[in-house]
Design a protein around this ligand. Sequence first.
Ligand SMILES: C[S@@+](CC[C@H](N)C(=O)[O-])C[C@H]1O[C@@H](n2cnc3c(N)ncnc32)[C@H](O)[C@@H]1O
Ligand SMILES: [Mg+2]
Length: 272
Amino acid sequence: MAESLNNSGTASGFSIDEGEVARFSALAAKWWDVKGEFAPLHRFNPTRVRFIRDTCLDHFGRDDLALKERSVSAKRNPRRAFEGLRLLDVGCGGGLLSEPMCRMGFTVTGLDASEKNIGTAKAHAEEGGLDIRYLNQTVEQLAASGEVLFDVVLTMEVIEHVVDPDAFLKTCASLVKPGGLLFVATLNRSLKAYALAIIGAEYVLNWVPKGTHDWSKFLSPSEIRQFLDGTPLLPDPAVGVEFNPLTQQWGLSDDTEVNYMMVARYPVTAAF
Ligand SMILES: C[S@@+](CC[C@H](N)C(=O)[O-])C[C@H]1O[C@@H](n2cnc3c(N)ncnc32)[C@H](O)[C@@H]1O
Ligand SMILES: [Mg+2]
């Protein structure tokens, strides 16, 4: 592991909780096992990929472009709709989101604090012939390196695993270019989330290993909004992601009590 990543609490690596990163590293080989420890991420991946795609098609006006270019709706055929746009996937794990984003045409950088995760992600992208730039870095290191800003920054299911979520999110926001978007997904610190995401998913259904989540690190949508105060990004209302036990499917929902996603937009005219 790179030296700078061993120093939890240092300026360069300060968002890292070593115990959390070690837990994900230990599972690095399992990212693409659809029946393994990351099965829940695989199951709700289509819902969040669709949400990101539809939000971006709308925001960047790429529906029209794709229509002109291919004479089919980009919603039906989103292939390469985002050509020319730079996307950063913060805490990319094995690349479950980076890969579909690359397939839709984004120029993707995936970043993770775990060297092993980055190894898995790189190997899987190579097998699939996908050109993704994967970095074993923290978002603080990338921000400090003078990186060109991104049209889209994703931080999905990561913020509940970092040391200082406020500073972490502000650093993620600082990498969004004017006119760009930040996506955040996490779990709400509600009793319902305790019942479903901790007791249900970890202890009753065994969907994820016990100890995957610490309820006290879950965040409410209003906390996410507060973290973005003082940045030029303006958050949309949170959108719930809900599992329907009858259909056994995940989908978008008005209920943000358990899993939710939030989009924040950087207006072109605002200045940091
Ligand atoms: C639940 S996984 C989510 C992976 C991916 N975003 C997804 O949704 O498929 C959380 C990931 O965040 C990474 N991580 C945890 N703390 C981090 C930090 N401070 N900086 C960067 N990555 C971090 C872990 O190594 C792990 O790969
Ligand atoms: Mg999580």
